[in-house]
Design a protein around this ligand. Sequence first.
Ligand code: SAM
Ligand code: SF4
Length: 329
Amino acid sequence: MDRLIDGFGRRFRYLRLSVTEVCNFRCTYCLPDGYRKSAGPAFLGVDEIGRLVSTFQRLGIEKVRLTGGEPTVRKDIGHIIARVADVPGIAKVAMTTNGWNLNRHVSSWRAAGLTNLNVSIDSLDRQAFTRLTGHDRLDQVVAGLDQALAIGVPTVKVNAVLLRDSLENGFSDFAEFVRDRPVAVRFIELMRTADNAAYFADQHVSGERLKTWLAQEGWSARVRASDDGPATEYEHRDFAGRIGLIAPYGAGFCDGCNRLRVTAQGLLRLCLFGQGGVSLRDLLAADAGEGASDLLAGRIAQALTGKPLGHDLASSQAGDTRNLAQFGG
Ligand code: SAM
Ligand code: SF4
């Protein structure tokens, strides 16, 4: 079986697939004015997604994360989950969501095959949450997360962007949140994109602030497994859950990169902060012909030879990424 290995010996087992650029939230660092429709091809359909994932699986991909935009604004998201879960060899079907409709749908998504759920919650303070997202929905989002735990979604995590404004009580609020919940809350350092330069200058804080707080409060770093993602996680004997840090500006962040991205329009992106991409769409059509999957596998493997060693964020180069809703983060 072919395997995806790049020129730096990194092996790829994880595909992040954006299923839409549309989002219903207006997170201040991502889409502060809300989603604006732009011209372009329709988003990939369920059958195209099925063919795409089958080919990636042949190349060694074992985990697929559905993201966006907000993946759950698609009415057929349950079908998408089921189609991806049905591909033999795909062991994990993950989704990153803002959680707006989780409490209504998580049971059916779990039944369709969802195994890993990341819910984005940047603040546990209702007013701050409303200010950050444009929606007074914190209670519903937390209810959805609790329901996911109650029905036994195997892995549930929280993503929280580290922002200067929410430093004050943020860490202790989230620690309390995981006291009895077996959930990892991972703080993500705010990333600079083409659209958020001024916001970034105002709100970016280093993950060192979190590390200092964790050390003061008696949390200790877990030993990392070789196939761990980019988060360093910390644990504490009095707490059921964990707290983690994803520091894209930290040294060595790209060394263990194990993920590829495909946009909602079928463009393979080799780096979140790169330029352009390789279109896969012509080979995903129902009438692409016999051998389309082999051609697709060849195109993906060829593209990977051009994957750069790392991003260039340190020199404020965010590639052509306007915001992370374009590619799913
Ligand atoms: N809409 C879904 C959500 O918010 O979970 C999925 C897409 S969103 C782009 C994926 C993740 O990227 C979210 O956890 C979000 O907080 C994070 N994100 C978006 N823009 C970011 C930025 N500039 N820096 C760091 N994280 C960001
Ligand atoms: Fe939407 Fe997610 Fe971006 Fe917030 S972070 S605006 S929920 S895509």
